[in-house]
Structure formats: structure tokens, C-alpha cells
Design a binder for this molecule. Structure first.
Ligand code: ATR
Length: 283
């Protein structure tokens, strides 16, 4: 008898824009699996019921996206250290009927830089723009890779201070917090600049002045649509090394696929090109 079909999902609200079905669908057909990966548009008030009904619905697990990552963190029965520190769950699976969760955004962020800026983690000072949920994943990755100084620059200073105090007690990395108005000052010391704010989402918005960055600095954005955010465009113009955010999306998908379907898939140039084509036709 053939293996029973395995089912996974991506759940968000709204969910139409998600590229995850394209990524997982590509790997399912590449590996010839008897499996499906579905989009689930679930409203916040229905989310708990959806997660609690996964087993009955025949799902092996799935991805959780905006706005449900923090709710998933509160609902899962078991989670790893990454999810606990980041405070958000983006990948769930069933193990002996227990709903387990992890966060793979941080490892996706690190793997993307490993691909396009190998050796990035030997940097001394990383400057993180933003202090929201996405910044928490990035900071977990910076700590995991032993980056010694992390400077958080955020519009709302108190949020950055909370983030620094949450992470500093359990890490060897040193933290500094700067007001948004002090960004220029922070840039002068940066080996790595990371945008985690939603600034990159609006093409018309201006990128910060990057003239203070050292010429050896690496600039990356976790926003992947548009691929060339205003920040990356400005950095490219200034002749700086840049890494776009698409690889983070591709790499964060790997551990979930392996958990649900038992095969570790690879992030390749062909996969990346397929997703870029899909994004171009969708926009
Ligand atoms: P996410 O989970 O994607 O990180 P979030 O938790 O809402 O989303 O955080 C968004 C981040 O973008 C925050 O750091 C936010 O700054 P505040 O903490 O001051 O709100 C930042 N952000 C959003 N719009 C911004 C803008 N126009 N200028 C500067 N920072 C902005």
C-alpha cells in the first residue's frame, strides 16, 4: 500500500500573499512526495481551535505567520529554547499527540548570511534597526553566533531597552540602545547593519543616510518584497556589500519541511528564481 498522504499548512490572516506554498510545493514535487501544503486563512478568534484540531484534521504540522506567531507561542504544549527566548512560534508539528513549536526565523536569517556573506559572524558590532518581533529573532541569531556587541536603534526607545534587557542576562554579547535620532552615530561603528523595521515595505520611503558606515560593512534587510529595499539600494549605491531578505524566507522553511515530511530539502538558486518569478507576477 502507498504511504498515506501527509498534510501541512501555512496559517495567517490574510494569507493570500504567502510564498510558502510555492516553496514547499516545489520541494514536494522535487522529492516526489505524497504530500500537500495548504494555505489556511484563519481569523485570530478561530486560531486556538484550529491549532487544537490539527490532529483530527489530519495535519502533520505547519507554519504560522502574521498575526498568529505570538498566539502560537502561548498555545503549544512544548517548545525549544529559541521559541522561548524569541517569544514567537512559526513552525509547529505533532509528536505523540503533543503540539510542539519552534522558531526558525533566526536560523533562516543566519543561513542567508552564511550563503551570501560567509564569515559575517566574525563581526564585532552589529546594528539592529527595530525592536519588534522580527528583531528578537535576529538578535537570537547574533547571540547564537557570538557577535560581541549588539546596538539596537529604535523609534520607541523603551521597546529597545526591554529587548536588550530580555536578552542581555543570558548572553555574553554586550548591548547598547540608541534613539532613532542617533542612528548616524551608531552607523559609524557598524560592521553589520540589519533592518528589521517595516520601513523597507514602502518603496517610496527614504533610506537612512549611510555615508557614516565603514566601507567594509555588510547591509541586510529582512524585508524581501521588494527584493531591493530602499536601504539595500542606498547601500549598493554606496558600494557596500548587501544581502537581501529572500534567503531568510527560503531557509526558515527547511526545518519544518523536514519535521513534517522526513526529508531535509535544499535551498538552491533554482528555488530562489522560481519564487522571484512568482513575486513578480503577483505584484
Ligand atoms: P515585526 O514583528 O515585524 O517586528 P512589530 O513588532 O510591529 O513588527 O515591529 C515593527 C518595528 O518597525 C518596530 O521596531 C517599529 O518601531 P516602534 O517600536 O517605534 O513602533 C518599527 N517601525 C515601524 N514603522 C516605522 C517607521 N516609520 N520609522 C521607524 N521605525 C518604524
Amino acid at each position: 500500500m502507498a504511504d498515506p498522504s501527509r498534510r501541512a499548512f501555512v496559517c495567517g490572516h490574510p494569507i493570500d500573499h504567502s510564498m510558502s506554498p510555492a516553496i514547499h510545493g516545489y520541494w514536494i514535487s522535487q522529492h516526489g512526495l505524497n504530500a500537500t501544503y495548504e494555505k489556511k486563512d484563519i481569523r485570530p478568534e478561530d486560531f486556538r481551535g484550529f491549532l487544537e484540531g490539527l490532529s483530527d484534521a489530519g495535519f502533520s504540522g505547519g507554519n504560522i505567520t502574521i498575526p498568529h506567531k505570538e498566539a502560537a507561542f502561548r498555545i503549544v504544549g512544548s517548545m525549544d529554547d529559541a521559541a522561548r527566548k524569541i517569544g514567537a512560534v512559526n513552525t509547529v508539528w505533532l509528536e505523540n499527540n503533543v503540539l510542539c513549536g519552534t522558531n526558525t526565523d533566526w536560523s533562516g536569517f543566519a543561513a542567508n548570511l552564511d550563503d551570501y556573506a560567509p564569515g559575517w559572524d566574525s563581526c564585532d558590532v552589529a546594528v539592529v534597526m527595530g525592536a519588534g518581533g522580527a528583531a528578537r529573532g535576529v538578535i537570537f541569531a547574533l547571540i547564537d553566533r557570538g557577535v560581541s556587541k549588539i546596538r539596537i536603534v529604535n523609534r520607541t526607545r523603551s521597546r529597545a531597552e526591554r529587548l536588550a534587557s530580555d536578552f542581555s542576562s543570558s548572553s555574553a554579547s554586550k548591548f547598547l540602545v540608541d534613539d532613532w535620532a542617533e542612528l548616524q552615530n551608531a552607523l559609524q561603528a557598524a560592521d553589520l547593519l540589519i533592518n528589521t523595521t517595516s520601513l523597507g515595505l514602502e518603496e517610496k520611503e527614504n533610506a537612512p543616510d549611510l555615508s557614516g558606515l565603514p566601507s567594509s560593512a555588510i547591509v541586510t534587510d529582512i524585508v524581501y518584497s521588494p527584493l531591493q529595499t530602499p536601504l539595500l539600494e542606498a547601500a549598493n549605491k554606496a558600494g557596500l556589500k548587501t544581502v537581501d531578505g529572500l534567503g531568510m524566507l527560503l531557509h526558515q522553511a527547511v526545518p519544518g519541511f523536514e519535521k513534517w515530511f522526513g526529508v531535509r530539502p535544499r535551498v538552491t538558486a533554482q528555488l530562489r528564481n522560481m519564487v522571484i518569478e512568482k513575486m513578480d507576477t503577483a505584484s
